[in-house]
Design a protein around this ligand. Structure first.
Ligand code: AMP
Length: 406
């Protein structure tokens, strides 16, 4: 399969050559012909599979040249919207099509100016778009192609009612492209309502971990988690590392601890309490290599495409098994090798079991050579399985009477 037989326009093909893409990824090979035919698509795909170009290339070809606002791409978070806009802007260079990135946390001035001058493709997060629609500065009457991206993330963030409002304002005879890694009932019913006879695309294992990522759990006593993290950082020959924490407080705490530890890492932090302009700076700095460590909450876990992340470290096992796949998917992208380490303490055993069940494989347990481990049963070589320990930890204590007899 090559890009040449897919019917993409010359201007778009120039972009493909500029990007250095030689052959379509599996999702591109499947999606591009369907989108080119004008059909609706419902797609599940692992992160890092080339999903953005899978919808961007054919939609740019179908739009052709400048006109009215005819394409809306909805994204759950600003960073993702910005990333998709980068891709669209790159591939639309020779087409004359005008794109606008629209999200909150920034002023209205630039957005209003661009809307006045004319926009063909709007890449937006739901809140700010609804704002504009309320003010009458954006009208969706001429939308021909609607892309709903990362819909499961929209659900997690409580955006589905907003998404319904927005979809309801688009013409019925539009083409809709719908992407979601998972299909819980709320998303299934949204898809049934928003799509017409969609073609389904599912690439690889929905729940899989990229084959290029080697991942392991590092069991340790709870009180040594930070110490172990610092030791792993010291022992690891990384180029760029993303450290994920469950809470914003943990992210801030770790950042100051790692800084205090004295090693000359260049560190930045990203979570939702940090203001938008600083979040953008953190991400850009990390992408550009100005920082080699980013400490983040799950805000940064999904979909962001940062090339060359060599290591992901989870400061704790994520409570939501799916987040594990998203987090470690930040490394090993586009066929590069990556390592993902997860620090595991006894109280997280049930999460670890859930992760292993979700991805359908056992995760290797590793010890860091030379680390002054204090004892925890997790470290025994013949330690019982995570499932068994989880059962033991969750078990109620036996009644006192019985215990005294023994
Ligand atoms: P995405 O899944 O859209 O985030 O894309 C993941 C990465 O793969 C991005 O860095 C893309 O530039 C890259 N990519 C997408 N399609 C191709 C392709 N056909 N050949 C090589 N790299 C690609």
């Amino acid at each position: 399969m090559s890009f040449e037989n897919l019917g993409l326009s010359d201007a778009v093909m120039e972009g493909v050559h500029r990007a250095g893409y030689t052959e379509p990824t599996p999702i591109q090979a499947q999606a591009i012909p369907i989108v080119m035919e004008g059909l609706d698509v419902i797609g599940a795909s692992q992160t890092g599979t080339g999903k953005t170009a899978a919808f961007a290339l054919p939609l740019l070809t179908r739009l052709g040249g400048p006109g009215k606002l005819r394409c809306l791409i909805l994204e759950p978070v600003r960073e993702l919207a910005a990333q998709v806009e980068d891709t669209i802007a790159e591939f639309s260079k020779g087409t004359g099509l005008r794109t606008l990135l629209m999200h909150g946390g920034v002023g209205y001035g630039h957005q209003l100016d661009a809307l006045n001058e004319g926009v063909d493709i709007l890449i937006a997060t739901p809140g700010r778009l609804l704002d504009h629609m309320g003010r009458g500065t954006v009208k969706l009457d001429n939308i021909e192609i609607l892309v709903l991206d990362e819909v499961d993330r929209m659900l997690d963030m409580g955006f589905l009612p907003d998404v319904r409002k927005i979809v309801g304002k688009c013409p019925d005879n539009r083409q809709t492209l719908f992407f979601s890694a998972t299909m819980p009932p709320a998303i299934d019913s949204l898809a049934k309502w928003a799509l017409r006879e969609p073609r389904e695309i599912e690439i690889g294992q929905r729940r899989g971990v990229a084959e290029t990522v080697s991942h392991a759990f590092y069991p340790v006593a709870t009180k040594q988690r930070t110490e172990l993290l610092l030791a792993i950082l010291k022992e690891t020959d990384f180029k760029s590392v993303m450290i994920f924490t469950r809470t914003k407080r943990d992210a801030d705490m770790l950042a100051s601890t790692v800084k205090r530890d004295g090693a000359d890492y260049r560190i930045t932090v990203m979570h939702s309490d940090i203001k938008q302009s600083d979040r953008a700076k953190a991400l850009k700095g990390f992408r550009d290599g100005d920082f080699d460590v980013i400490i983040a909450t799950d805000l940064a876990a999904r979909g962001l495409d940062i090339s060359g992340v060599t290591h992901v470290i989870n400061f704790s096992v994520p409570e939501n098994a799916e987040d594990y796949v998203h987090r470690i998917g930040r490394t090993g992208r586009a066929k590069q090798e990556g390592d993902a380490f997860t620090i595991l303490s006894a109280e997280e055993l049930s999460f670890a079991t859930a992760v292993e069940r979700f991805i359908g494989q056992k995760v290797e347990r590793r010890k860091l050579e030379g680390f002054p481990y204090v004892y925890t049963t997790l470290l025994d070589d013949d330690a019982p399985s995570a499932e068994k320990l989880a059962r033991v930890f969750n078990r109620r204590p036996a009644p006192k009477r019985l215990r005294r007899k023994r």
